[in-house]
Design a protein around this ligand. Structure first.
Ligand code: LLP
Length: 426
């Protein structure tokens, strides 16, 4: 992460605090959040997209302190469950700045969203249109909605996190005509206010041409809707999914590059269809919070396996970062507590869980003198690590420690064995 540097003693420091002090005070493993870096990323997106709404996708990582930062920095918030909505509201996020996603929102989730005045509900199915209509009518509310459109773009990312090809669960198909039909139905429904279309093509995407194709296709649909009903939808949400660098091989576009490309394609497509340029929104999650966090582990054992490779075991693993096991994600690791001049050896950083797929970093060169007691930092763990953490093997989930201007504070505390036992009422 940007704010991390080596102090004079060779140890990493972030926000003015050394990792050894952090480990002593808060224990390991811990997610360490560089709050200055997080805020800088929010500001960069805001500056690059000044006329747009930037929704932070809370699924990447959500807690009350994050919601407050997001709100203070002028961002909006995307939630996709009642639980995420509850966190947002309890932290004081203005409901009109919340967008509510999901392919299977329950009646109680929808009711809560309507009653609290959530700004946009992104509808995902005909069943939902029916439910939402009934809820809004009963309460005498006109609810603003967007339609999630499946644009048929094959995003070049892991299959599980690509979302806009045809054969998957999200949204209304554009090619099959469902999106057009959904738009007409909503326009004809007086208690629903169709503000625009939404598309999200996937996550951890580097090739921006996918966003361009997607924008072109939704604007084409916009023009068809205008031709059919004489209505020009005022908004367009192009979703999130902007890739970040997990290793030195990744080369993400800056928010400024992205903005330039998206604006250009939207402007030219609108001109071609003689449409007014809609108000744009985007929904970055990973690109806002991912690089702002590193996980701090302590090395427990170092094992040379038949000269093949050195296995370095840390005190966490797939319960605090499932992404390597689940998606084959790449991370890097570095000895954080000291400098070393020892020659590099090929190492694999593994966790403490009871299965061999419990890998944090598959291949990394670490100094040959890496040893028990060393602290290891794995950068780029802000997105989808704490939020997808589990209690596998009854391992308590690590805390999130926010560091800013030489001060550290716990924003999510470490789980305890009592927390784990609290649910066990048998
Ligand atoms: N908007 C919508 C509608 C989404 O479904 C998502 C992510 C985002 C925005 C934010 O995408 P981001 O900018 O963070 O890439 N667990 C996976 C990622 C799943 C993403 C799901 N939807 C992972 O660890 O890579």
């Amino acid at each position: 992460p940007c704010g991390v540097e080596r102090a004079a003693d060779g140890a990493l420091a972030v926000g003015g605090l050394g990792v050894r002090e952090l480990a002593e005070q808060f224990g390991t493993p811990a997610y360490v959040l560089d709050e200055g870096d997080l805020r800088a990323r929010c500001r960069d997106f805001r500056a690059a997209f000044p006329d747009h709404h930037v929704y932070y996708a809370g699924k990447a990582f959500l807690c009350r302190a994050i919601v407050r930062v997001i709100a203070e920095e002028g961002l909006y918030l995307d939630v996709c469950t009642g639980g995420e909505l509850a966190v947002a509201l309890s932290a004081g996020m203005p409901p009109e700045r919340i967008g509510f996603h999901g392919n299977n929102k329950s009646i109680s989730e929808l009711t809560r969203a309507v009653e609290t005045g959530v700004g946009r509900i992104i509808v995902d199915s005909f069943d939902e249109i029916e439910r939402l209509t009934a809820i809004a009518r009963e309460r005498g509310v006109r609810q603003a909605v967007l339609i999630r459109v499946t644009v048929g773009v094959e995003a070049h990312t892991h299959e599980f996190i690509a979302t806009a090809h045809e054969d998957q669960k999200f949204g209304f198909s554009l090619a099959g005509g469902a999106a057009f039909e959904a738009a007409l139905r909503i326009i004809d429904e007086d208690v629903l206010d169709l503000r625009g279309l939404h598309s999200h093509i996937g996550s951890q995407i580097f090739d921006t041409s996918g966003f361009e194709v997607s924008a072109r296709r939704v604007l084409d649909l916009q023009a068809q809707i205008r031709d059919a009903r004489g209505v020009e939808l005022p908004e367009l949400d192009l979703g999130g999914g902007f890739g970040i660098a997990y290793t030195t091989q990744d080369d993400p576009a800056s928010p400024y590059d992205l903005a330039k490309r998206l604006n250009k394609i939207v402007d030219s497509e609108c001109a071609a269809h003689e449409l007014g340029v809609p108000h744009l929104s985007i929904e970055p999650g990973r690109a806002i919070v991912g690089p702002a966090v590193f996980t701090l582990y302590e090395v427990g054992t170092v094992k040379d396996v038949d000269g093949l490779r050195t296995y370095v075991s840390v005190d966490g693993g797939m319960s605090d970062n499932i992404r390597t096991a689940l998606y084959g994600a790449s991370y890097s690791a570095t000895v954080a507590s000291r400098a070393s001049t020892a020659a590099p050896i090929l190492a694999r950083v593994v966790g403490k869980h009871c299965e061999s797929g419990d890998i944090v970093v598959k291949d990394e060169f670490l100094p040959a003198d890496v040893q028990p007691g060393d602290l290891l930092a794995v950068p780029g763990t802000g997105a989808y690590c704490r939020s997808m953490a589990s209690n596998y093997n009854h391992v308590p989930r690590p805390p999130v420690v926010a560091v800013r201007d030489g001060q550290a504070r716990v924003i999510v505390r470490r789980e305890t064995e009592d927390d784990l036992l609290a649910l066990d009422v048998g």
